[in-house]
Design a protein around this ligand. Structure first.
Ligand SMILES: [Zn+2]
Length: 290
C-alpha cells in the first residue's frame, strides 16, 4: 500500500502547524544507494546526493531544520557541502523545499527548478493555484533560481540528470532520472515526486478554477512513471517506496540487491492512479463510507 506521500497528507490543520516535523526530521545515518548516489536526508524526508569529481548535485532539502542535519550527513560520508554545485527540488512544499535556502547559502550552489516552482521559490510563500493553498507553511525565498525545461538534461562531471515535469500534487512538480554505475554495472535511478491528490478544504481536483488542468497533469505524471526506465525508485517520503524495508533486507545480505525493483515505478503509478480515482469519487459524492 502506498504510504503517506507528502507532508500535507495530514494537513487538515491550520497553516504553520507541523505535528509531523519532529518525526520526519529524525536523524538518519546516510548511506550509499548505488554508485555515486547517496541518501543524506533525515529519516522521514528524502534528500539525495549525487557526486562527481567536478562537483555534486543535491535533490531536496527537507524542512528548514533538516538543512543542518543534511550537511552533517554529507560531511560524515566524506564529502564537502561546498562541492554541491546544483540543488534540485521535487516540489515546493515546506517539507521538501524548506531547507533549500539554507543549503544554498551553505554551499553557494545554483538552485534549478521548473518555471512554476522557480516562481514560488523566488517569492516564497505558497502559490494560489497550489491545491494546498491555505494549509501549508510558507517557504523562505530562495535566491538565483534558474528555470529548467521539461526533459532538460543537466551535466556536471560524469553526472547526467534529466528533469521530468510531473505535476498534479503541485503544478510545478518535477521528477529526476539519472544513471549511477559500479564498475561496469549501471542502474537507472528515479527520484519520483509526490503524486498524492491532497488539498485544502473546498478544493476539487475535478473542477478547480485556480488549477483547471490538474487531472491532465496527473495523467502526464502517471504516464511518466509507467514508461520511464526504473531500476531503483526513490520517493520524496522514503517509506512511500519502502526504502527502509529495502535497506534492512540489503543489510541482511539479501540478493539480488533489494534496492533494485524494475516494477517499482509502475507500481507507484498504479497506487497513485487508484488514490486519484478514490479522491475523484469522493469529490463526486459517490465514495462509500468506511
Ligand atoms: Zn507536498
Amino acid at each position: 500500500m502506498l504510504a503517506v506521500l507528502c507532508a500535507s497528507a495530514v494537513a487538515q490543520k491550520p497553516a504553520r502547524s507541523c505535528s509531523n516535523c519532529a518525526v520526519w526530521n529524525q536523524a538518519q545515518k546516510p548511506f550509499r544507494i548505488f554508485g555515486n548516489t547517496y541518501y543524506v536526508g533525515p529519516h522521514g524526508l528524502s534528500s539525495i546526493l549525487i557526486t562527481s569529481p567536478a562537483g555534486d548535485v543535491l535533490i531536496d532539502g527537507g524542512i528548514p531544520a533538516s538543512a543542518k542535519l543534511i550537511a552533517a550527513n554529507i560531511r560524515s560520508l566524506g564529502f564537502r557541502v561546498k562541492d554541491i554545485k546544483i540543488i534540485l527540488n521535487s516540489h515546493v512544499h515546506f517539507d521538501h523545499a524548506g531547507g533549500l535556502a539554507v543549503l544554498q547559502h551553505m554551499s553557494g550552489a545554483r538552485v534549478m527548478a521548473s518555471p512554476w516552482s522557480a516562481a514560488v521559490l523566488r517569492k516564497g510563500g505558497v502559490a494560489r493555484d497550489d491545491p494546498q493553498y491555505g494549509i501549508l507553511q510558507p517557504l523562505v525565498p530562495v535566491k538565483n533560481v534558474h528555470e529548467l525545461r521539461d526533459g532538460e538534461t543537466l551535466r556536471l562531471g560524469g553526472i547526467s540528470i534529466t528533469a521530468h515535469f510531473t505535476p498534479g500534487h503541485t503544478p510545478g512538480g518535477t521528477s529526476w532520472t539519472w544513471q549511477s554505475c559500479e564498475s561496469s554495472v549501471c542502474r537507472d535511478i528515479v527520484f519520483a515526486d509526490s503524486l498524492a491528490p491532497i488539498s485544502a478544504d473546498g478544493f476539487k481536483f475535478s473542477s478547480s478554477r485556480d488549477y483547471p488542468h490538474a487531472l491532465d497533469d496527473f495523467e502526464k505524471s502517471f504516464r511518466f512513471l509507467e514508461t520511464t526506465q526504473c531500476d531503483i525508485l526513490i520517493t520524496t517520503h522514503p517509506e512511500a517506496s519502502n526504502l527502509w524495508d529495502r535497506l534492512a533486507a540489503r543489510e541482511k545480505g539479501a540478493t539480488p540487491d533489494p534496492m533494485l525493483n524494475p516494477l517499482a515505478c509502475k507500481d507507484l503509478a498504479k497506487s497513485a492512479r487508484e488514490r486519484l480515482s478514490q479522491r475523484l469519487a469522493e469529490e463526486h459524492g459517490s465514495a462509500t463510507e468506511k
